[in-house]
Design a protein around this ligand. Structure first.
Ligand SMILES: Nc1nc2c(ncn2[C@@H]2O[C@H](COP(=O)(O)OP(=O)(O)OP(=O)(O)O)[C@@H](O)[C@H]2O)c(=O)[nH]1
Ligand SMILES: [Mg+2]
Length: 208
């Protein structure tokens, strides 16, 4: 996918702070440090667009990026970088704000056409399983991405992906995409999946 421009539109905590402009949105969900911000930068071909940190809990607000792509069927969309869940060391007041903030967005945002759920290729945790169920409950069938795949040997890859499929209750290996923000492996496939969903979503809405 050719990226024509990327602009950080701002950070939001409550719904009145979401961008006014109505564009299709895709949100990145996953536990803290799983690589959400890195995946966004990799997809957008921009190094420092979303803030990356070795310390979990870096992203603390909903961050909206307006993306213009050289594909007329998609054209413009928002990428939404969400704070990670499950980071125990974050202060309690911050944690208490996170849950409702993420839930309100994921359960209520009309123009959210797709959710990308990130899981670490080195192991799925209970929280990931709960999140998968929760997303489905709200009508989102997430695109599941197994991150940091460069950290696994070729031999361990398949068993890791099969384990994640099993734990998350996915039908087959086709339902999970291996990704490395380091080598950009998986970039084309993920854009392909996103484009497909975006086009379908626009088509369905046009009939409303
Ligand atoms: N080797 C490797 N490291 C990665 C990859 N993706 C992310 N990382 C590293 O993992 C750490 C966390 O990455 P972030 O992108 O900040 O993770 P996040 O999910 O946005 O974290 P929070 O904002 O805290 O929720 C950083 O040190 C990244 O460099 C990857 O594909 N391969
Ligand atoms: Mg982040």
């Amino acid at each position: 996918m050719k990226i024509l421009s990327v602009e950080c539109i701002g950070s939001s905590v409550t719904s009145d702070q979401y961008p006014r402009e109505r564009l299709p949105e895709v949100a990145f969900v996953g536990r803290s440090n799983v690589g959400k911000s890195s995946l966004i930068n990799s997809l957008l071909n921009r190094k420092g667009m979303a803030r990356i940190s070795a310390t979990p809990g870096k992203t603390q607000t909903l961050n909206f990026f307006k993306v213009v792509v050289g594909d007329r069927a998609v054209n413009q969309l928002f990428f939404v970088d969400l704070p990670g869940y499950g980071y125990a060391k974050t202060s309690r007041s911050v944690r208490e704000r996170w849950g409702p903030m993420i839930e309100a967005y994921l359960s209520g945002r009309k123009q959210l056409f797709s959710v990308i759920q990130l899981v670490d290729s080195r192991g799925v945790e209970q929280h990931d399983v709960t999140t998968q169920r929760w997303l489905r409950h709200f009508g989102h069938v997430p695109i599941v991405v197994s991150t940091k795949i460069d950290k696994l040997t070729r031999g361990r890859r398949r068993s890791s992906l099969m384990g994640a499929c099993h734990d998350l209750g996915l039908d087959s290996l086709d339902d999970i995409l291996a990704y490395s923000a380091k080598t950009h492996e998986g970039r084309q496939e993920l854009w392909h999946a996103l484009r497909d969903r975006c086009v379908r979503w626009k088509h369905e809405r046009a009939g409303d």
